[in-house]
Design a protein around this ligand. Structure first.
Ligand SMILES: C[S@@+](CC[C@H](N)C(=O)[O-])C[C@H]1O[C@@H](n2cnc3c(N)ncnc32)[C@H](O)[C@@H]1O
Length: 205
């Protein structure tokens, strides 16, 4: 059965996110948290054939979509099936093989559609799984100095909060504080199209 979902933003941001990844990806596996439809997963698996892209999502409908995309793109021999990971359900259930080959963790457009406790959990668990020198990359909108970086992000933030009072665009400085608490340094802040950022955190201790 074809359970593929289509998230329009992934069409617009896959190339520029891939360009950022191309500078940090080496060998091994990348774990994606909150993979959604799975479109990013299959695109990045094809763009970086030497690595293994491991998707995950807490929602069954998303995991079914990811599996369908993997099949549709003929990647079943290369790409593992999505994991059921809710960042707050600690410890994450990670296959040993993945834990040993992990080089980094990526989460795209996840933390602003989740409670702040999810950001805390994301850094806490990533901090335990990743070794010195490995990366955690976040992509999405952020506030800087507690201010929105554009009017459209202000409206977007309000629309998120009407859906769920605990959702909303997070403040980069507070995200950075969480990273430090878990042994990361904020290596790079890259401005992306449509008022988004890619933030690269590097495990330093
Ligand atoms: C806006 S979608 C983004 C999906 C995909 N990364 C993309 O860019 O198209 C947010 C995703 O985060 C996932 N998510 C929400 N809460 C989560 C949690 N507690 N742990 C892991 N993923 C979560 C949702 O299921 C959803 O797939």
């Amino acid at each position: 059965m074809d359970n593929r979902l289509f998230f329009s933003a992934t069409q617009r941001n896959r190339d520029c996110i891939g360009d950022v990844l191309s500078k940090i990806i080496k060998k091994g596996a990348v774990l994606e948290i909150g993979s959604g439809s799975g479109e990013h997963g299959v695109v990045f698996q094809k763009r970086f054939p030497k690595i293994v892209w491991q998707t995950s999502d807490p929602e069954l409908v998303h995991r079914k979509s990811i599996s369908s995309w993997i099949e549709y793109e003929d990647l079943t021999k290369k790409m593992p099936q999505p994991l059921e990971i809710d960042v707050e359900k600690i410890p994450w259930k990670i296959p040993l093989k993945l834990a040993h080959s992990l080089q980094g963790i990526v989460s795209i457009n996840m933390i602003h559609v989740a409670h702040w406790s999810c950001t805390i959990a994301l850094f806490k668990e990533s901090g335990k799984l990743l070794k010195k020198g490995q990366f955690l990359m976040l992509y999405g909108p952020f506030k800087i100095d507690n201010k929105h970086t554009s009017e459209s992000n202000y409206f977007f933030d309000n629309s998120l909060k009407t859906k769920n009072a605990f959702w909303g665009i997070k403040n980069l400085e507070e995200v950075c504080d969480e990273s430090k608490k878990n042994g990361f340094s904020q290596e790079d802040i890259i401005s992306m199209p449509a008022n988004n950022f890619s933030i690269i955190y590097r495990k330093v201790s």
